[in-house]
Design a protein around this ligand. Sequence first.
Ligand SMILES: [Zn+2]
Ligand SMILES: [Zn+2]
Length: 344
Amino acid sequence: MSAPFSWIKPHPWGVEVVPAGAFIDPARAVDKALVTHGHADHARGGHGETFATPETLAIMELRYRTGAADDAGEIPHKAMPVEYGETIRLPGGVDATYIPAGHVLGSSQILLEHAGERVVITGDYKRRADPTCAPFEVTPCDIFITEATFGLPLFTHPPIGEEMGKLLSALEGNPEGSVLVGAYALGKAQRVIAELRAAGHTDPIYLHGAMEKMCRLYEEHGVDLGELKLVSDHSKDDMAGSIVIAPPSALNDRWSRRLPNPVTAMASGWMRVRGRARQRGVELPLIISDHADWNELTDTIRQVNPIETWITHGREEALLRWCELNQRRARALAMVGREEEDEG
Ligand SMILES: [Zn+2]
Ligand SMILES: [Zn+2]
């Protein structure tokens, strides 16, 4: 008989599901990958088989064109779609069930069951409502493998309605100009647009060209984003009094000169840190995150109530300490290659 949980083995570059010969969100190309969501630090190209939700596979297809071969042309990629709630049987008698993580379109937690033991790996997740994706579901398990991107008590995300209010008043205060919002191209951009629509903003929203395909993909998967126009098709006059969405890298770029007198905003959980906003020359920091904040990380651990918590990436020290203080067994996995980038 093997030791408890010996079938699940963390490596710095991915969590291995030993009997199945599979890896979760591996940072290198493997034969069999279980992918939680489409962000680049979780979904690499070049795997033999990729098990993911149909939405995540579509996102990977768009970003990597993995249909035929990876960039190096080596390993052919086989897309293995798994719907939310569906359980698939992997080799070695491991069952995998995909459960919504509430992070971005198609994002999932993966529940692994083997020999009567249950392990949940969250990938990235959040607990706030998001009109662009299915909500996180609390899933009881023995080992809970969680992210900790915002694993410090200082990180508390305000209600999104407050941040939308700031954005819309900045627009009102600049009727001849524009508000340029820096937002990560997968997830954040579409969420900001959908939240603006929910707040009653029906005017056309202008997009940087790099945003267009991902927004169309969201629309094809049933997310209504209202009227979207491309900055490149319009004059400064057309865009007066409008909101423009661009990747964070475009904020201080020559590109922004084509906009009418823009107020520069950025939507990110990192905007809680003033220095980060200043560094990027952001005039209107919007604290909008697709990750759980500190209270949500700790509440989620309490609700899931695992025997052990493993922490994959982020600010793991503080969350580890919190677990100790609350008599919860925990360990940090020190995963590499998980970038915080702008996806916060
Ligand atoms: Zn992510
Ligand atoms: Zn991540």
